[in-house]
Design a protein around this ligand. Structure first.
Ligand code: GDP
Ligand code: MG
Length: 193
């Protein structure tokens, strides 16, 4: 069994999509083992998006640079730098703001391959290219171009741990051990034998 951290950010909560999104996870066989609607403190936000994850920051910076090249826009003119790390740090600040806009719905979901399964159901980071049938593809349309121009994070409603390692780091930030519950779903036997 594998556990993953999933957040419906405030854009999803404000639009009343928590039930729809939760239902998709449940129907796929993901078991809710912890859940809460919560406001995110600055302390939690900075831990959730740690400043020392250079690879993550550079990755976001490089994605932005690619996007600017495609659009024929000059990153130095728009953002004041063309360093992937510096751009990544800027996006991290936007993300810290985004996650604190309002209450977020946080869950721990459990299933075999839960990390990969949840990522598949959420769809690509960019709603514009997330396929129909995925949460981001069905309920959002944001693009890097719109987000970077407005100097804000891409509004894709969801956070889901990207790897098992990330899930192991993130889950204890959001939930105490005793908030994560063990129980059996009646369909478990049918689904996994
Ligand atoms: P995820 O795991 O699919 O959510 O994507 P990442 O971990 O790479 O990025 C975290 C979040 O940062 C994304 O969900 C977006 O909200 C935001 N983000 C990622 N890349 C960019 C970008 O190039 N520009 C902007 N504005 N936001 C980004
Ligand atoms: Mg991620």
């Amino acid at each position: 069994m594998e556990q993953t951290l999933v957040l419906v950010k405030f854009d999803g909560v404000a639009r009343g999509l928590v039930g729809e999104i939760t239902s998709r996870f449940e129907k796929t066989g993901l078991k809710i083992v912890a859940a809460k609607l919560t406001r995110v403190s600055q302390e939690l936000a900075v831990k959730h998006y740690p400043a020392d994850r250079e690879e993550f920051l550079k990755g976001m910076g490089n994605k932005t640079l690619e996007n600017y090249a495609q659009m024929g826009a000059d990153p130095v003119e728009k953002l004041g730098t063309d360093s992937p790390l510096e751009i990544g740090k800027m996006i991290r600040e936007w993300l810290i703001g985004y996650i604190q806009e309002g209450p977020v719905m946080a869950y721990v979901l459990e299933a075999p391959h839960s990390v990969e399964l949840v990522r598949k159901l959420c769809g690509h980071t960019l709603p514009l290219i997330a396929p129909p049938g995925t949460i981001r593809g069905d309920f959002a349309f944001d693009s890097s171009f719109l987000a970077n121009t407005a100097k804000r994070a891409i509004r894709n409603m969801m956070h889901a741990s990207g790897t098992v390692e990330e899930a192991k780091y993130e889950i204890p930030l959001w939930f105490k051990k005793e908030e994560i519950l063990k129980y059996r779903r009646t369909d478990e036997e049918v689904m996994v034998g």
